[in-house]
Design a protein around this ligand. Sequence first.
Ligand SMILES: [Zn+2]
Length: 236
Amino acid sequence: MLERPSRAMVITAHPDDEVGCAGTVALWANKGTEFCFVVCTNGNKGTEDPDMLLDRLAEIREKEQRDACEKLGVRDVVFLRYPDGELEDTRQLRMEIVREIRRFRPDIILTHAPTNDNRHIHRDHRVCGISTLDAIYPYARDPLHFPELTEKGFEPHKVGTVLLWSSSDATEYVDITETVKQKREAMLCHRSQFVDRPSRDTKTEPAWFVYEGAKRIGEQVGLEYAEAFHKMTFRV
Ligand SMILES: [Zn+2]
């Protein structure tokens, strides 16, 4: 059983990737956990519409992400605005993630599992996951890493726990029965992905996969609806 943190950060590759953890976010936010979302790319390739413009889609998706966060009770949303599909494991990306960790000072970070034994992981998800783990340890922790941040007052910060979604080795299950509805409402805010792009959803009801996915995970541990994470702990 995971203890509810007082401060938590969600770091995703794309707008809408919080589908991996939004039930847990809602559960904890409803009880008073303060959240910050960091979204690494602008999601500007996520369409099947050949007439869509890159800048236009980036703008739409940022608005959708803000709306989804509002449904989850999250107001602090940071967009790093890297181009979709082009996230690279660079010093600049690590620096920006470290900056946000040192600014918000979370107890827990939720992000993508960078690897999965059973399936291929989207390149941006891999890069986001591994860059986040690297940012936590050692870069956010040690003052001589990114001295330009330390000089600006972004003091070192130790994160004790990381929860990785989409892992093939789940160690924690969160009962989201009371927030699965709220999770679906949040995902429905990503209209360009789940409402106006019906090929991503096989059912007639948009974003119904939220219920199906949470039910499938819940069945593994005798819960009605759940989310699963691989937990990693760091010395603080
Ligand atoms: Zn994604």
